[in-house]
Design a protein around this ligand. Structure first.
Ligand SMILES: *Cc1c(COP(=O)(O)O)cnc(C)c1O
Ligand SMILES: [Zn+2]
Length: 417
């Protein structure tokens, strides 16, 4: 079992064995998982995949674990929804929402990377798993570790939303809130990982963890009838997800599961933390670290680990990147809810807001197919909408009060039919 050959440095190409390593000891480049594609081609067909249970492990040959998954066996295969109302609102002809706001079990795409990371950590024999998180990863590590009976430590910036804090603590993890932003948390966690030797999912086992994001791309293609859309818009924090969706499409093509495709990958950030979109727009390879200031806390990474590769993916696929203000994020969250009945978190507002902008800029033509990546759930970031959706009306439990209300609203309903 298992089709992983080993790890390889993305910069100098040096190969490493399948171990909990993440940086090249020669050039400090990031390591990436390498597969035996010839063996995968012989082992599985696209029809066989389609007959498997509806979760992300239907693509297990292309995920980096050796045995069967022991954590998160029900994660993934979330809906891809044709968004007719939103098409009308944006003036485009073919739009889909890939909805990980309803991913099992913690309502964000992070369950994909965590199920791979924890299954792998177990194969490696780690007894404690941990993470540095902007919120959704915290929820997911805590929940999946609890279900798997693994001890966990979760580190977050102290000022996250209630939903992200309570939604971590409830699972009985060791939650540590750090006075500082994500970049401070991440720096501390690198030190802790080195000293304590725990499996930090997004640090020392990051090459394996990151591969879980590919399932988001595999599913989009399969759900479109084994096709890649013309455009995919993806929110960027550390910049990993966008690179992995792109990698997923290339793998499907190389295995012969999809035909030749032309997909532009577009990256979305909040203006209050936009190191990647700024670099893309300026055509620069230099990333200026920023101090995040945005309501999109799940995307608030000022020094993105995969920023360079995210920009490369965008350029290589002839996509673009944009960013939107906090007001535009809120507007877009409301637009998605009012048109499609999907309540996304601030990151989803970023993605839809940027999509709208790219359509207006004609970077995305109105008659081409578009997939919007909705990666997290709005119930977790309610603070962002506080006072922004109007006040709910309160009346006494009296019919005359209701009659009065209808009159005040100026509505004319036929009564008694
Ligand atoms: C983590 C996260 C992302 C971005 O992930 P990266 O791979 O770090 O770019 C996007 N959306 C949500 C909701 C997230 O929690
Ligand atoms: Zn190297």
């Amino acid at each position: 079992m298992g089709f992983v050959k080993g790890l390889r440095c993305r910069e100098c190409g040096k190969e490493y064995p399948k171990e909990p390593l993440h940086v090249c000891e020669f050039c400090f480049g990031p390591l990436e998982v390498v597969y035996r594609y010839d063996a995968i081609k012989k082992a599985v067909t696209r029809d066989a995949i389609s007959e498997r249970p509806a979760n992300m492990w239907r693509y297990k040959e292309l995920l980096p674990i050796d045995g069967e998954p022991t954590v998160g066996s029900q994660v993934g295969f979330t809906p891809l929804v044709r968004a007719k109302n939103l098409e009308k609102a944006l003036g485009v002809s073919e739009l889909y929402i890939k909805n990980d706001a309803v991913n099992h079990p913690t309502l964000s795409f992070k369950d994909r990377v965590v199920s791979v990371a924890l299954s792998k950590a177990r194969e490696f024999g780690f007894e404690i798993v941990a993470c540095a998180s902007t919120g959704n990863l915290a929820n997911s590590v805590a929940a999946n570790a609890a279900a798997a009976g693994i001890e966990s430590y979760v580190f977050i910036p102290s000022d996250l939303e209630q939903g992200k804090i309570l939604g971590t603590q409830v699972y009985g993890t060791n939650l540590v809130r750090i006075r500082g932003n994500y970049d401070d948390v991440n720096r501390l966690c690198s030190e802790i990982a080195g000293k304590y030797g725990w499996a930090f999912v997004n640090i020392n086992i990051r090459p394996y963890y990151a591969e879980g994001s590919k399932a988001f791309g595999f599913e989009i293609a399969e759900q479109l009838g084994w096709k890649s859309p013309r455009h995919i818009v993806v929110p960027m924090a550390g910049g990993s997800l966008i690179t992995k969706i792109w990698k997923a499409m290339k793998e499907l093509y190389n295995l012969g599961f999809i035909d030749k495709f032309e997909t532009s990958m577009h990256g979305a950030q909040a203006s209050g933390c936009s190191p990647i979109s700024t670099a893309v727009k300026e055509g620069s390879e230099l990333f200026k670290p920023v101090i995040p200031k945005t309501i999109a806390k799940s995307l608030a990474i000022g020094s993105p680990a995969d920023g360079y590769y995210a920009a490369k993916t965008i350029n290589e696929s002839k996509g673009w990147a944009e960013d939107v203000t906090d007001d535009e994020i809120v507007e877009a969250m409301k637009l998605l809810a009012e048109t499609e009945g999907v309540f996304t978190e601030t990151a989803g507002g970023v993605t839809l807001g940027v999509t709208k902008k790219l359509i207006e800029q004609e970077r995305i033509p109105r008659d081409e197919s578009i997939v919007i990546s909705i990666t997290g759930n709005g119930l977790k970031t309610q603070e962002a909408l506080q006072g922004k959706v109007g006040e709910a009306i309160v009346i006494d439990a009296r019919l005359s009060d209701f009659d009065e209300l209808v009159k005040r609203q100026g509505k004319k309903y036929a009564v008694g039919v």
